[in-house]
Structures are given as C-alpha cells and as structure tokens.
Write a protein that binds this ligand. Structure first.
Ligand code: AMP
Ligand code: GLY
Length: 429
C-alpha cells in the first residue's frame, strides 16, 4: 500500500511523540509537521507553515493530497481548522470550533459544567472591572482569577492577597495584557488538593479513558516559581486506583461527552480535564480540548495500540469496538528548558549528548524547541527544548532511568526540575 500522507499540525514535543508513535506502528506513512523541529525532521518533513495559518494548511493538504490531518495544538482548534477542513471534505482529527470552546472560553466551560452538574470550583464571570473588584473584596483568600480566553498558560493567577488579585484583574480587564482573551474573567474559589491530568479520547458518543498522568507546571522544584507549559509528567499515577478513575469517568468524562452531544457540539477528539483531587472528591479546574504536552510524551511510551487505529476509530465513530492496550510499565518525561524560561530566554546554544543517550533501551528523547544549523549542530530553539522520556518496571525505575540520561545531556544554561514524580513516590510510602 502506498504511503499514507499525514499532516501533523504543531511542531513541539507532543507532535514529535505522536509522530514517533505513528512510525512505531504497522502502517507506512509520510509525515509532515508544521513547523516542526530537529526531532520531527528525522521522521518526516518540516514545513515552513505556522500551526495558525489555516488557509496555508488547507492549501497544502489539498495540493499534496493529504490522507489525514491531526489538529493537536489549541490555537488552530479555536480558529476552526477542523470545521474548515471538514467543509472541504478533508479527513481531519480533532474537535470543531464549537466543541473546543470548552478550552478556548473558560466562561463557557464553567457555565457548561454548571448546566451538567460537573464538579468544579464555585465561580462568577465578569466583564466589568468595578463589579469584579467588589466581588474580590467580599471574597475569601486565596482567590483564583482567570482570563477566559487562550493565554499560553499565563492567564491564571492564584492570588494570596486582595491587592494581588485586583492588580491582576486590572492587567487583564483594563490593560488588556492578553488582548481580547481577557475581555471576560472567571473568578473562582481556590481548590486545595493534588493536581492530576486525565485524558479521554472520544468519537462524539463513546470514549476511552487513558491511565491518569501528572504534570508539574511550575518552573522550580517543590512547585515554586511561575507556571510553565509543563516541566515533567509521570504515568500512570500510582495513587490513582481504578475506583478513583471510574469515579472521574462517571462524574466528569461521561457527563461532558454526553452533554456536549446534547448541546449539538459533539466532541470528537481528546478531552483533557485538569482535575484537583479535593477532600470532597475530584473537581475540574480547567478543560483542554487536546492532548497535553508533556503528558502525551509519557502516554506514547505506554500505549500498546497503533495510534492511527485510535484516530481512525475516533473520526469514524467506532471507538466502542476498539480495545486500547497499555503496557504494564511506568513512564516519565522530563522537560529540559532554556535559561530564563518561562520568561525571556536565549536560543542557539549547542546541545550535546543526545546521540549517546538515544542508544539506551528505555530512553526516547523528544524534541520541543530544537533546530539543526548548516553544519549539522543541534541547537536550542525554544523555551522548552527537550523532553527526556524513560520507562521502567515501576515509577521509581523510570525516574532513575530518565535522570541518569539527563546527566549526559548538556547545553549552556539548561534547567530542569529534579523532583518530577517525587510527591507521587512519597505518597506510596
Ligand atoms: P490553568 O491555566 O487553568 O491550567 O491553571 C493553571 C494552574 O493554576 C493550574 O495548574 C493550577 O495549579 C492552578 N489553578 C487553576 N485553577 C485553580 C483553582 N480553582 N484552585 C487552585 N488552583 C488552581
Ligand atoms: N500539560 C499542560 C498542557 O498541556 O496544557
């Protein structure tokens, strides 16, 4: 059979990992990434197209007779890339603009959860600065303020004082630091507990839940410093048992997929709620309408089914018939970032040690922000640069393997967290 041509929208660690998993499968494929990195260039062709250039993507898919497009990042989903491709009868995987509103409007997601009795933090939505300020003054601390729209993971603050809360509110609603993403704000109750990531793949009617994973979003050890895109993940989480997963499926995943279908917004894609395990039970603190990054890197190491079979079943409404297999091992993925990230950072530092590490049996290095120069040197080219993924018979072993590999990788100013999975391991003791 001729190569199946697959266009992967996005070019970071998540996209490299999905491409890597496709290549591990049984089908012959030609992969294209937009715009991609030095890692994706090894398994496909990098295109000089932005993930948000919807008409450029559409033209490419038509001209190259692409068989399948995977819409992975949040921005193109919010721009309606799936609707645009479907209108032209092109095969694409991901939620429509209406379905992905769960992610691109936190105000919509909160009202949806209220309508469908899905456990979440108490909240109010505001567009008026004075009204929001009065609400904060009357409320308890800490208090959580969120720009409603997409803001690169920076649109949320957990304020410990009313002054901090009001300052952030002013920046969002009046100074418009996130542009129109800050036209509305959600102000919500602070949830205390352990944070986990849940992923469920859906065909609009049926769903399959993945093992639980856990990201570590702050830049420094012990969850200190500002939020990032995600500094490291583990999966499965040893303290999330089947009973808890079944409760999350019943109270969160099922009512969301069924509720979206009832509201005429069938959710075909990956539903990824961020969940706080509170004393009263699991509660949603955000919805994402896509695979997490770096959760995906960990999942791809555990998955025992051809991922193209999963995408096909999701698009074709056949998920109920598909059995998804998971390896009975543990995985982790640790991000290595540039100095200064998540603030300003320099690019163009030479990376060494990757080739040596890549020969180790349990290790796969996924690229996020990398590129090759004309002499073939591997250079840093982003905030998060690499994700070092490892497997092991248990979490402890996977973490040891990953950290041992990381000690061989070098570039100027590299930073990573040395405590990924530590909290989960401690909870086992
Ligand atoms: P988000 O952009 O919604 O993922 O939020 C970023 C981070 O803020 C999350 O990873 C949580 O650690 C934290 N957060 C969001 N909402 C709440 C909440 N209601 N209570 C406590 N922490 C929260
Ligand atoms: N793991 C964080 C994110 O994908 O948003």
């Amino acid at each position: 059979m001729a190569n199946q041509k697959i266009l992967i929208i996005g070019g970071g660690g998540r996209e490299h990992a999905i491409g890597w998993k496709i290549k591990q499968g049984k089908r012959a494929t030609q992969l294209y990434f937009t715009p991609g990195n030095a890692g994706t260039a090894q398994i496909g062709i990098n295109l000089p197209l932005k993930a948000t250039d919807i008409s450029g993507l559409l033209n490419f898919a038509k001209e190259e007779l692409i068989d399948l497009t995977l819409a992975l990042p949040d921005d193109p989903l919010a721009l309606g890339v799936v609707d645009t491709f479907q209108a032209e009868n092109l095969r694409i995987w991901g939620p429509t603009k209406a379905a992905s509103e769960l992610e691109w409007s936190k105000a919509y997601a909160k009202d949806f959860m209220k309508r469908h009795n899905i456990p979440t933090a108490k909240y109010e939505v505001f567009t008026d600065y004075e009204k929001a300020k009065t609400y904060i003054e009357k409320g308890n601390l800490p208090i959580v303020i969120k720009a409603s729209g997409l803001a690169l993971g920076k649109g949320v603050t957990v304020a410990q004082t009313k002054e901090d809360a009001t300052n952030f509110l002013k920046k969002v609603l009046l100074d418009k630091i996130f542009g129109s993403a800050g036209n509305e704000v959600v102000i919500e109750e602070y949830l205390s507990g352990v944070e986990i990531s849940i992923h469920a793949i859906s065909d609009g009617k049926n769903w399959k839940i993945f093992p639980a994973s856990q990201d570590h979003k702050r830049i420094y050890d012990n969850n200190a410093g500002p939020n990032t895109g995600g500094m490291g993940t583990i999966a499965p989480i040893p303290f999330v048992d089947n009973a808890l997963l079944a409760r999350i499926e019943k109270e969160i995943i099922a009512p969301t997929i069924i509720g979206m279908a009832h509201e005429g917004r069938s959710f075909v894609g990956c539903l990824y709620p961020g969940i706080m395990l509170t004393k009263e039970g699991p509660k949603v603190f955000e919805f994402n309408s896509r695979f997490g990054d770096p959760e995906t890197q960990t999942y791809m190491r555990l998955l025992d089914t051809d991922i193209l079979d999963i995408f096909d079943a999701s698009i074709d409404g056949k998920l109920a018939d598909l059995k998804i297999g998971w390896k009975n091992i543990s995985a982790c993925n640790i991000a290595i970032a540039s100095k200064g990230y998540p603030g300003d950072y320099e690019k163009g530092k030479i990376i060494s040690g990757i080739k040596e590490v890549a020969t180790e049996e349990n290790i796969v290095v996924f690229h996020a922000g990398t590129k090759l120069d004309e002499n073939g040197n591997l250079l840093t080219n982003g905030g998060r640069v690499l994700g070092v993924s490892a497997t092991g018979q248990n979490l402890k072993e996977a973490l040891q393997n990953a950290y041992s590999a990381i000690s061989k990788i070098k570039f100027e100013g590299m930073q990573y967290r040395s405590d990924i999975g530590k909290e989960a391991l401690a909870m086992l003791e």
